[in-house]
Design a protein. Structure first.
Length: 255
């Protein structure tokens, strides 16, 4: 029901897309769509529902739908069946090619009341960091939630002649300046940079131990980057344990 709550909060229609392959039966698809609509209506939430049955691969159908969507939502079942730390093929295709943000919702998503649960924006100094920050601010404001900005350090650098540490300090300073600008522009938003944590997964484990809920983690879909950390086996375990949704920001922001 995560997508339902998002549609209601944003006051936009919820489109249910059912993608058929060559062997699927249209009558069965219609029955499942009716069941989904009944489940939504039983919540009593003021949703405006639309439904579409198309005969094309799921990734193709959702990519086409993303051209006019505010967001595409898919389940996280691909995490369970991923191999070698890779996301499922449909979600992977959407993450890098969709025309809107893509939300990957865990099996046990835990909705948080407004004002509770963090929104976490993960940046790494890449060209997509501004888009991640902007998306994180927008999502935190929508949810009346605190925003935490985590800078993922590049640990691939090394060697006696490698200026990696200086580069890391420079990137961190630039990102801190960006956060400061957002803080000045949005004085009613609780936004802070995260410091003194040895890695993103350690920070997520710290939040779990402290019983601090996380509603949403916003990342850049470019690879390599934060998505690689979160989509590896330890990252997938942390996401499922926290029950938070992973959102890939709109790729058009960094093209």
């Amino acid at each position: 029901m995560w997508a339902l709550d998002e549609a209601v909060d944003r006051d936009i229609p919820l489109l249910l897309v059912y993608a058929l392959d060559d062997t699927d039966d249209v009558a069965a698809a219609e029955s499942k769509i009716r069941g989904a609509i009944s489940a939504v209506e039983s919540t009593g939430k003021p949703a405006r529902l639309e439904a579409e049955i198309v005969r094309r691969p799921p990734a193709t159908a959702l990519l086409e739908a993303s051209r006019s969507a505010a967001m595409v939502c898919v389940g996280s079942i691909g995490f369970k069946h991923a191999s070698r730390g890779r996301i499922g093929s449909t979600a992977a295709a959407l993450a890098v090619s969709a025309h809107c943000p893509v939300a990957v919702v865990p099996r046990r998503a835990r909705p948080e009341p407004d004002g509770t649960g963090l929104v976490l924006a993960v940046v790494d100094g890449s060209s997509g960091s501004d888009a991640v920050l902007e998306q994180g601010v927008a999502e935190a404001r929508l949810r009346s939630a605190p925003l935490r900005v985590f800078t993922l350090q590049d640990t691939r650098r090394g060697g006696p002649d490698d200026p990696g540490p200086a580069l890391d300090r420079r990137v961190a300073a630039e990102l801190e300046n960006r956060v400061a600008r957002w803080r000045a522009d949005q004085p009613d938003l609780d936004v802070e940079s995260v410091r003194d944590h040895n890695g993103l997964l350690n920070y997520l484990e710290h939040l779990l131990r402290a019983a601090t809920p996380v509603q949403l983690i916003v990342v850049d879909p470019q690879r390599p980057g934060p998505a690689d950390v979160l989509l590896g086996p330890p990252g997938r375990t942390a996401l499922e344990a926290s029950g938070c949704t992973l959102m890939f920001c709109d790729r058009r922001c960094w093209l």
